[in-house]
Design a protein. Structure first.
Ligand SMILES: *[C@@H]1O[C@H](CO)[C@@H](O)[C@H](O)[C@H]1NC(C)=O
Ligand SMILES: *[C@@H]1O[C@H](CO)[C@@H](O)[C@H](O)[C@H]1NC(C)=O
Ligand SMILES: *[C@@H]1O[C@H](CO)[C@@H](O)[C@H](O)[C@H]1NC(C)=O
Ligand SMILES: *[C@@H]1O[C@H](CO)[C@@H](O)[C@H](O)[C@H]1NC(C)=O
Ligand SMILES: *[C@@H]1O[C@H](CO)[C@@H](O)[C@H](O)[C@H]1NC(C)=O
Ligand SMILES: *[C@@H]1O[C@H](CO)[C@@H](O)[C@H](O)[C@H]1NC(C)=O
Ligand SMILES: *[C@@H]1O[C@H](CO)[C@@H](O)[C@H](O)[C@H]1NC(C)=O
Ligand SMILES: *[C@@H]1O[C@H](CO)[C@@H](O)[C@H](O)[C@H]1NC(C)=O
Ligand SMILES: *[C@@H]1O[C@H](CO)[C@@H](O)[C@H](O)[C@H]1NC(C)=O
Ligand SMILES: *[C@@H]1O[C@H](CO)[C@@H](O)[C@H](O)[C@H]1NC(C)=O
Ligand SMILES: *[C@@H]1O[C@H](CO)[C@@H](O)[C@H](O)[C@H]1NC(C)=O
Ligand SMILES: *[C@@H]1O[C@H](CO)[C@@H](O)[C@H](O)[C@H]1NC(C)=O
Length: 823
């Protein structure tokens, strides 16, 4: 895997822009700024809000049986191999293949030496092979989404996949599209991409294609409605009653148009596996919900791979299997290794006739098809260090072949990591062109997020199980199973010192937030720096939702304190999700950069942006509201009453906002925001012109049913029905990347829930030299132009006129075209 970048032609971000933009000086002389076009509109009335909260009777999930057997469509040769393979197995061996066991990896399927099968090694997670040594820590999904760059997202998946493979891991437990990001407080939103399903769908597709081209199986997770960490699992009340996990109660249209949407992209991209989630959906657990597994996933989306449970998310054996669960992870019930809902129970259930042998065969075929498809029967051995890293030591019940220890799998991936981190950094404010920096004589660096780590390089240990993580040290990634063990970290301060030294710039710094916020706490700084950089962070981790949307560690006081002293203050945030920015309009805050979670090259990537070696091109994959209270419309369910409940069924999260999350909410209710979805500045300016829309394939309703369902659902949904062509031009003086965005406004749709005013349906990232322009073409598929009709149980293109708007953010829409798609 050493030559992946050559093989796939990754030039590197710098390479891409090198011809015209390698000299930051060029920018310094010429940078032009795009004034932010903020749509200032009326606040919605409370009345409107109430009127639109339509009461739903969620009832319980309807039964959908039997579980549809895989047919291997798209994977025909591998399916035939899997069929032959299963025909050669004993009942006990089949059971073994669907049941996790102890072993060297986070999840393990035992080998069957008799048939030359070495077993499966499953490892976390979405941004690194989590616990491994000598592996890379990539930017988080959130950062990748903020790049809006398919090309970089694909390479992120490809290089991640290569590291899993070189460590002998067959399955990478990622990417994440659930949580989608219903609530800004969600503790795991950063592991995934964006609350916009279209952007998330494309990011998932590119990641999966990249990972699987490396030869590793992707596991798209967590299916579905896993939108909060609070009460994600059942727990015992003080009096010993089992209080069931939170139930995400989601209406059918919202399910299709929001939460299921990116899973459809992932299935279409050929994801080998899907992980079902901890939460309940309409009252049934995610790993035994026949409607979501047999119905939506395996019938409607035509998923041909296997469903594995999240760790301890299995709550039954045969009922879960009949509902569509194919693999139980980690295989044991709680910590008692000798018991399993699967294992001996599955063997017994087949023997006594409770479970059809055919269904068990289907489970094995679903598991083995992607294995053969990706040629995993010839695979590198598991890194010898893994058992120690997982603290799960041999001898095991089943043999695992271990290879050399501490294999270095990083293969120069640091450059891509640096490029994605810079590409996912969003420039939000740049008063009087404070950025890029021009050989400042003095630079101040403030805040506990600027320096190196002091509590270690691996965020899974107990030291990190606090609501705010660790106090000192920059935040490259957040906590939990989605973290990574850093083999190195370039801190912002370290990289800034190195860069400043080239110009002889004096660098002064205070990293103690307590001191910064004290009166005269900045007394040691002399002279007042020309530019003060304030580094803020906000922590989140699996298992615990965020408590505040402001950056942590007294961030607002830190910014006020520095800005009171320094009238050229640039704030940089590293955060596991979005931040509200109460200080954004302070006139002394002249620059703001949302740098998200950059991974191991943090300092280098921010220096690239600050000094203009890379022109910022990241765009917000979410909305920054004016006030934290603006996000209350889709809150985490966690009232104190619920925390003390004795009612097993008390945890109900009704998704009454329906489709109106993130920008769909703010747009629908005409609410002003601080920085809108899709927004981000550049050191140059762009414009769009000549929007034309072409319609194809006139016979379009109803949806053709003659084609067999393929992975991703009815193939007609992916048919291109219209094309939007336009021209993008760089109107500034330096090379930079534009992200033109197409939003679609639907005609009136018959539905009991409100339809968003605008939805994203096209984007691309283009590097353009000054005065250069390029023609761009966006294709819209049938799915893009349809709404989910609950009564017909089908995607339908509404009659009437669509409005297509093109621009550079969800509120900077410069061109419009009207289009009647039907008729
Ligand atoms: C481009 O540079 C010229 C000359 O330096 C300057 O006059 C002009 O305002 C710049 N244009 C933009 C859009 O920044
Ligand atoms: C959720 O919806 C159900 C069904 O409409 C309703 O009975 C229940 O009170 C709602 N729960 C909450 C917390 O709003
Ligand atoms: C959940 O309940 C709603 C309301 O009855 C229904 O529209 C939807 O299809 C159900 N979804 C699942 C997965 O059961
Ligand atoms: C069954 O396994 C044996 C080895 O025990 C092997 O020789 C044979 O080819 C296998 N058959 C199939 C169909 O895989
Ligand atoms: C079978 O499942 C039950 C729970 O349904 C569990 O208590 C039991 O230990 C399991 N048996 C084995 C052999 O794992
Ligand atoms: C068959 O076996 C399963 C798994 O051990 C068990 O749960 C079920 O009760 C058994 N059914 C009968 C009819 O024996
Ligand atoms: C801005 O900075 C100046 C010092 O240059 C200071 O006098 C002023 O109070 C600051 N304003 C704010 C709002 O902090
Ligand atoms: C900003 O601060 C610098 C250095 O303290 C000072 O020279 C300058 O006058 C200030 N500018 C404004 C507009 O306050
Ligand atoms: C934010 O909203 C809360 C509650 O509506 C209000 O009390 C507070 O003053 C607002 N803060 C700002 C900065 O507008
Ligand atoms: C938002 O503004 C539009 C256009 O002015 C208006 O038609 C609509 O009723 C407003 N919506 C709300 C919820 O206030
Ligand atoms: C129209 O649909 C057919 C398949 O149904 C597809 O092959 C063709 O590319 C479509 N036409 C255009 C212009 O997209
Ligand atoms: C739009 O662009 C496509 C591909 O570049 C081209 O085939 C088509 O003719 C263009 N349509 C219009 C109306 O310009």
């Amino acid at each position: 895997m050493k030559f992946l970048s050559t093989l796939f032609g990754y030039k590197g971000w710098q390479g891409e822009q090198h011809a015209t933009m390698s000299l930051s000086r060029q920018i310094l002389l010429t940078a032009g700024r795009s004034p932010k076009m903020l749509l200032v509109t009326l606040w919605s009335s409370l009345l409107a809000l109430t009127a639109q909260s339509v009461a739903q009777d969620y009832g319980t999930s309807p039964p959908v049986y039997p579980s549809p057997p895989g047919t291997g469509i798209g994977w025909e040769a591998a399916f035939a191999q899997a069929q032959a393979f299963v025909s050669n197995l004993t009942l006990e061996e089949k059971t073994q293949l669907v049941t996790g066991i102890e072993g060297p990896c986070v999840g393990n399927i035992g080998g069957i030496p008799r048939v030359g099968f070495d077993g499966l090694c499953l490892q976390d997670g979405p941004l690194a092979i989590r616990q491994a040594t000598y592996a890379s820590v990539f930017p988080a999904g959130l950062t990748a989404a903020a790049s809006w760059d398919r090309y970089l997202i694909f390479f992120r998946g490809l290089f991640l996949g290569a590291e899993f493979k070189d460590k002998g891991s067959h399955v990478a437990l990622g990417p994440v599209v659930g949580p989608l990001g219903r609530s800004a407080y969600g503790g795991r939103g950063w592991e995934g991409f964006s609350p916009d399903p279209y952007l998330t769908g494309i990011a998932a597709e590119e990641t999966i294609r990249g990972m699987q081209q490396s030869g590793v199986q992707a596991c798209l997770k967590h299916y579905i409605g896993n939108e909060q960490e609070t009460q994600r699992n059942p727990r015992l009340s003080p009096s010993g009653t089992t209080i069931e996990a939170v139930s995400s109660n989601i209406d059918d249209r919202t399910m299709h148009e929001l939460y299921l949407w990116p899973f459809a992209n992932g299935v279409r991209a050929g994801t080998a596996s899907i992980m079902c989630s901890y939460n309940r959906v309409n009252g049934s657990y995610g790993c035994q919900n026949s409607k979501t597994l047999n119905g939506l996933l395996k019938t409607e989306l035509g998923f041909q791979g296997y469903v594995m449970s999240d760790w301890q998310a299995t709550h039954a054996g045969v009922p879960a299997i009949k509902a569509g669960l194919d693999m139980d992870m980690p295989g044991s019930i709680g910590s008692s290794r000798d018991t399993s809902f699967f294992g001996g129970n599955v063997t017994h259930a087949v023997q006594n006739g409770t479970l059809d042998q055919d269904r068990l065969d289907d489970m094995v075929k679903r598991i083995m098809t992607p294995y053969f498809y990706l040629h995993q029967n010839e695979y590198p051995p598991i890194d010898g260090t893994e058992p120690t890293l997982n603290s799960d030591h041999p001898p095991y019940q089943h043999p695992f072949t271990l290879g050399a220890s501490n294999v270095d799998v990083r293969s120069g991936h640091g450059q891509l990591i640096r490029d994605i981190a810079a590409a996912g950094t969003v420039l939000l404010k740049n008063t009087n062109d404070v950025l890029p920096l021009t050989t400042p004589k003095t630079l101040g660096v403030f805040g506990n997020d600027a320096g190196d780590l002091v509590n270690g390089q691996y965020f899974l240990t107990s030291a990190f199980q606090t609501p705010f993580g660790y106090e000192y040290g920059t935040l490259p990634v957040a906590g939990g199973s989605g973290a990574g063990r850093l083999s190195y970290l370039v801190s912002p301060l370290e990289a800034l010192k190195a860069r400043a030294a080239l110009d002889g710039t004096l660098v002064q710094y205070i990293l103690n937030n307590d001191l910064v916020t004290q009166p005269s706490g900045l007394g040691a700084i002399m002279p007042v720096p020309e530019v003060c950089l304030v580094f803020l962070k906000s922590w989140a981790a699996e298992g615990s939702d965020r408590r505040s949307l402001e950056a942590d560690w007294d961030s607002t006081a830190v910014v006020s304190s520095v800005a009171a002293f320094c009238n050229n203050t640039v704030v940089i945030t590293h955060s596991a999700g979005l931040n509200v920015m109460p200080w954004a309009n302070n006139p002394n805050v002249t620059g703001i950069l949302a740098a998200h979670l950059p991974g191991q090259e943090s300092g280098n990537s921010i220096v690239d942006i600050l000094y203009g070696a890379v022109n910022p091109s990241g765009k917000l994959p979410y909305t920054i509201a004016l006030n934290e209270s603006d996000y209350r419309f889709s809150d985490i369910t966690n009232s104190t009453k619920l925390l003390r409940t004795e009612d097993p069924n008390a945890w109900q999260s009704n998704f009454t906002e329906g489709l109106l999350i993130d920008y769909r909410h703010f747009d629908y209710y005409n609410k002003s925001v601080l920085y809108e979805f899709g927004f981000g500045l550049s050191y140059t300016t762009f414009d769009v012109s000549d929007l034309s829309v072409d319609k194809h394939n006139a016979t379009i309703n109803p949806l053709p049913e003659d084609l067999p369902i393929a992975p991703g659902g009815n193939p007609s949904l992916w048919q291109i029905l219209c094309t939007a062509n336009f021209t993008v031009a760089n109107t500034g003086n330096v090379t930079g990347a534009a992200v033109p965005q197409l939003y679609l406004s639907f005609p009136s749709v018959p539905s009991s829930i409100p339809t968003p005013r605008n939805v994203l349906r096209g984007f691309d990232k283009l590097w353009l030299a000054p005065d250069e322009s390029q023609t761009v073409s966006f294709s819209l598929t049938r799915r893009d132009l349809s709404y989910w009709n609950v009564k017909k149980q089908e995607w339908v293109i509404p009659g009437g006129t669509f409005v297509m708007s093109l621009g550079f953010s969800s509120r900077d829409l410069r061109l419009k075209q009207h289009l009647d798609v039907v008729g």
